[in-house]
Write a protein of this length. Structure first.
Length: 237
């Protein structure tokens, strides 16, 4: 392992060495592909992570099927005993929560979730029965509502290190009218929160593009290395 210097937020920081062979599994959101995570993939590789950028058919199967289908093969690609981190966008975070609630990962490291609907989304509540919704977003899309019976609300608190980034800007004013609070165009800031989370950060980014934002990517890497997000000044208690 080696210590290296990198520039983050305009500052030069001496960061602790990243364990050789640490693996970062990337999981995109509903209706997206692994291409949406390529900026993250490149940045993590430059930061000395082994990266597995997973492409999975998010609109074809329910969450229960997708979680195992996407994550189990990715863990195999990381190799036995390799420290494993997850970086997810939107529904990808729900897949990780579902998988970890059922399958222990002894070498689990840290998890970063971008815009996760951890308490569901009012958009699904309002539009789930509209003709064409299921045809476009599939069974998994219908499972992301805010009711107590929705998949996110059935999974319980996190028992692993997880940092969550919530967006506060929207490029979809129609959907934002459905969401009764500050939101990123798909998910409210409040809904991203998860009991047991290690850190939570709001950033002025949109749901659709947050995983490609340079400042978000810096925060992802910082959390994987430090277990908290970067904030100016001394760490809070």
């Amino acid at each position: 392992m080696r210590t290296f210097i990198t520039a983050v937020f305009g500052l030069t920081l001496l960061l602790p060495p990243v364990a050789q062979g640490s693996c970062a599994i990337l999981l995109h959101g509903l209706g997206r592909s692994d291409g949406s995570m390529e900026s993250l993939e490149r940045a993590l590789e430059k930061a000395d992570f082994q990266v597995v950028n997973v492409d999975y058919p998010s609109t074809v199967y329910p969450i229960e099927t997708l979680a195992g289908q996407a994550i189990a093969p990715a863990l195999d690609r990381c190799g036995p005993g390799t420290p494993v981190h997850f970086v997810t966008h939107s529904m990808g975070g729900i897949l990780v929560r579902h998988y970890l609630s059922r399958v222990p990962v002894p070498n689990l490291g840290r998890v970063v979730m971008l815009g996760p609907p951890n308490k569901g989304s009012e958009v699904v509540d309002a539009l789930g029965e509209v003709p064409g919704f299921h045809a476009i977003l599939g069974d998994a899309g219908l499972q992301l509502g805010t009711s107590a019976e929705s998949v996110p609300n059935q999974l319980g608190a996190a028992n692993f290190e997880v940092g969550i980034i919530a967006g506060t800007r929207s490029i979809n004013p129609v959907l934002s009218q459905i969401i009764p609070a500050t939101d990123d165009g798909k998910v409210s800031v409040a809904s991203t929160r998860l009991d047991g989370m290690s850190d939570h950060l709001q950033m002025p980014v949109t749901h659709v593009f947050m995983m490609q934002n340079d400042e978000v990517i810096k925060q992802v890497i910082y959390f994987l290395q430090h277990g908290r997000f970067y904030r100016p000044g001394p760490p809070s208690s």
